[in-house]
Design a protein around this ligand. Structure first.
Ligand code: FPP
Length: 250
């Protein structure tokens, strides 16, 4: 790619139709460890570079007019990783939040976290609350970070909350509609993703947004997450715009 083409990517590429852009993009940022291994670096360096890739994608979504981005930062299964890596990730999340908050406020980003946040270290929880509070009135891009998130667990906690309301007589069983159910998910109020991108070639949902991805398009690339740049995103969006979304109709 020439420098000129690269520069052009700061604006929506001409071959993309603004009216057919996904409103909400979700990403499974896979391959940080493999990226680091290929460079002969420790795994944690892959996560550090992963943060840079995520920051650039967020800015790119903003530049190109995409309204919402959701990133899978830490799954309920990720606790099974070596303790040092888990600790590193928690510290990394906290540091990134602290460092980037001012810029997110200025750039009109509304950040929110989805997942079981109570199990996270207290200092991280405090940083999360601060960032959500300080950006809650921002009306630019909506950035959701799935942290200690698991789709099955999300559905179960919604069922429990609804069952409790039924038991207390607040809700009748036949009032449990899709809208009511969605209102009890971590993602309540956030539209479903139109496009999910997974890097590093794995073809799985890995417990991510199980309910929300009922009709979402999936795009898989072999590129490892730290190498996922604007040119890669451009390719993903071109592929998305070729798809015919039927939502069950013919
Ligand atoms: C998957 O790669 C990546 C993760 C589990 C962590 C992703 C987190 C970030 C990029 C940081 C996000 C930060 C904030 C504050 C939103 P992997 O380790 O599974 O890679 P591998 O499959 O090659 O081993």
């Amino acid at each position: 790619m020439t420098i000129q083409q690269q520069t052009e990517l700061y604006e929506l590429p001409l071959d993309l139709k603004p009216e057919l852009l996904p409103k909400h993009v979700a990403v499974i940022m896979d391959g940080n460890g493999r990226w680091a291994k290929r460079q002969g670096l420790p795994r944690i360096m892959g996560h550090k570079r992963g943060v840079d890739a995520l920051k650039d994608l967020l800015r790119c979504c903003k530049d190109w007019g995409i309204q919402a981005l959701t990133a899978y930062a830490f799954s309920t299964e990720n606790w099974k990783r070596p303790q040092e890596e888990v600790d590193f990730l928690m510290t990394l999340f906290q540091g990134v939040l602290r460092q980037e908050l001012r810029e997110m406020v200025e750039e009109n980003v509304q950040i929110q976290f989805v997942g079981n946040l109570e199990a996270l270290p207290r200092s991280l929880q405090a940083e999360i609350s601060r960032s959500m509070e300080e950006t809650k009135n921002n009306r630019g891009i909506r950035f959701s970070v799935a942290t200690n998130y698991g789709g099955r667990q999300e559905i179960l906690q919604a069922c429990r909350a609804i069952a409790q309301k039924v038991q207390q007589g607040i809700l009748k069983p036949d009032e449990i509609s899709e809208e009511v159910f969605e209102g009890h998910l971590y993602t309540a109020g956030i539209a479903d993703p139109d496009l999910l991108i997974r890097t590093s070639g794995e073809m799985r949902l890995s417990n991510f947004l199980l309910w929300q991805m009922a009709y979402g398009e999936i795009y898989i690339t072999d590129t490892l997450w730290p190498d996922f740049d604007r040119a890669e995103f451009h390719r993903a969006l071109c592929a998305y715009q070729q798809r015919e979304r039927r939502f069950g109709k013919i």
